[in-house]
Design a protein around this ligand. Structure first.
Ligand code: AQP
Length: 334
């Protein structure tokens, strides 16, 4: 059985891309992971401007979303990154085998630094090194992510390989990504050439998990498709909007995109597809939203769940850190 690890940003506005690309994989990973470890990355949130007074609230929001989606603290380890200090120590130690040139080339760094109007923090550049520390601290084999994180995963593999070559083979595990075959890059409904995103998307093109049912239906009804006449209900690189809607429908129903294409073969136009996908998403998110409301109210229960997760996570990460410090010659003789 594989050790599974993934991290997710603390925001109150998780969207359908996060859900299909990552969260549903987290839930499925609970049956395979030994253990499955999921981390809400509050330290990563400090790399761009943020409101300190709100950060814990956003962690609670995300914890409640993950529990409402089906994570079970008895079957996985769910914790807050800032509660396990080994992550920051390992991040520093890994900077010794992280190449500045590679960090500079990361798309996320380039996009996010270009979007900063004031300070471009060093943390934004080091973001993928902290992400590598998150995963490598648990010697994870498998990392469920969306397509946008593929580049960071490759960098993390380079860091682990370089570390092992320099300091001792088999100290760290070189992880593999797990990117879903369908839904790895859910697109913005208004600008389907771009990914659905918390920070870079359009408001009407981004479906939030906690959107009201009518808002969800409306966003899908207004989704941009294309001007093919007559409408062509199939996937293709030349049809990003339609492909996106078919992929979303297939993912939330748990069927293949081909079966959705067959089902829609007799449809009158894109309107039928938009209504079908809107209804399917409303239906899929309804139970999650209901559970979320109940879970979010009890902050002390959320804190208890995170604390229980952190103590399990710390026990694993501390063993890795002891090995890393030993092979690097850091601190007193163990
Ligand atoms: N559009 C997407 N389609 C599929 N998967 C996606 N993910 C993000 N967007 C899509 C995946 O969701 C996981 C958690 O992401 P995150 O909370 O760490 O935030 P992020 O990757 O930075 O994505 P956002 O929400 O879109 O934020 P910004 O706007 O900052 O880029 C990850 O596994 C990610 O791949």
């Amino acid at each position: 059985m594989a050790v599974i690890f993934s991290g997710i940003q603390p925001t109150g506005r998780k969207h359908l891309g996060n859900y299909i690309g990552a969260i549903t994989q987290y839930v499925a990973g609970q049956d395979r992971g030994d253990p499955a470890i999921y981390c809400i990355v509050d330290l990563h949130a400090t790399t761009v401007p943020y409101a300190p007074a709100e950060l814990r609230e956003r962690v609670h929001d995300t914890t409640a979303v993950l529990l409402a989606a089906g994570l079970d603290p008895e079957r996985c380890i769910l914790f807050r990154q800032g509660d396990v200090r080994e992550h920051t120590e390992l991040c520093w130690l890994l900077t010794s085998v992280s190449a500045l040139g590679e960090l500079n080339r990361m798309h996320q760094f380039r996009d996010k630094s270009a979007a900063q109007r004031e300070l471009i923090s060093a943390g934004l550049l080091l973001y993928p090194v902290l992400q590598a520390a998150d995963v490598l601290a648990y010697r994870a084999h498998e990392v469920p992510i969306g397509e946008d994180q593929r580049e960071h995963l490759e960098l993390m593999r380079n860091i682990a390989e370089r570390f092992n070559a320099r300091f001792g083979e088999n100290t760290l595990v070189v992880p593999e990504h797990r990117i879903p075959a369908v839904g790895a890059r859910i697109r913005d409904l208004q600008e389907p050439e771009r990914k659905m995103s918390t920070t870079a998307g359009t408001e009407q093109g981004t479906v939030y998990l906690l959107d009201e049912p009518d808002a969800i239906r409306r966003k899908f009804k207004r989704a941009v498709t294309d001007s093919d006449d007559p409408p062509v209900l199939r996937r293709g690189d030349d049809k990003p909007g339609v492909t996106n809607l078919i992929d979303i429908l297939a993912s939330v129903r748990g069927v293949s995109p081909q079966s959705v294409e067959q089902e829609l073969a007799g449809a009158r136009g894109y309107g039928d597809l938009k209504v079908a996908v809107g209804e399917a998403v409303v239906e899929a998110l309804g139970p999650l939203q209901e559970r979320y409301r109940a879970l979010r109210e009890d902050e002390s229960a959320l804190e208890d769940a995170l604390a229980q997760g952190a103590s399990k996570a710390r026990a694993i990460a501390a063993r890795t850190l002891a090995d890393v410090r030993a092979v690097m010659g850091i601190g007193a003789v163990p």
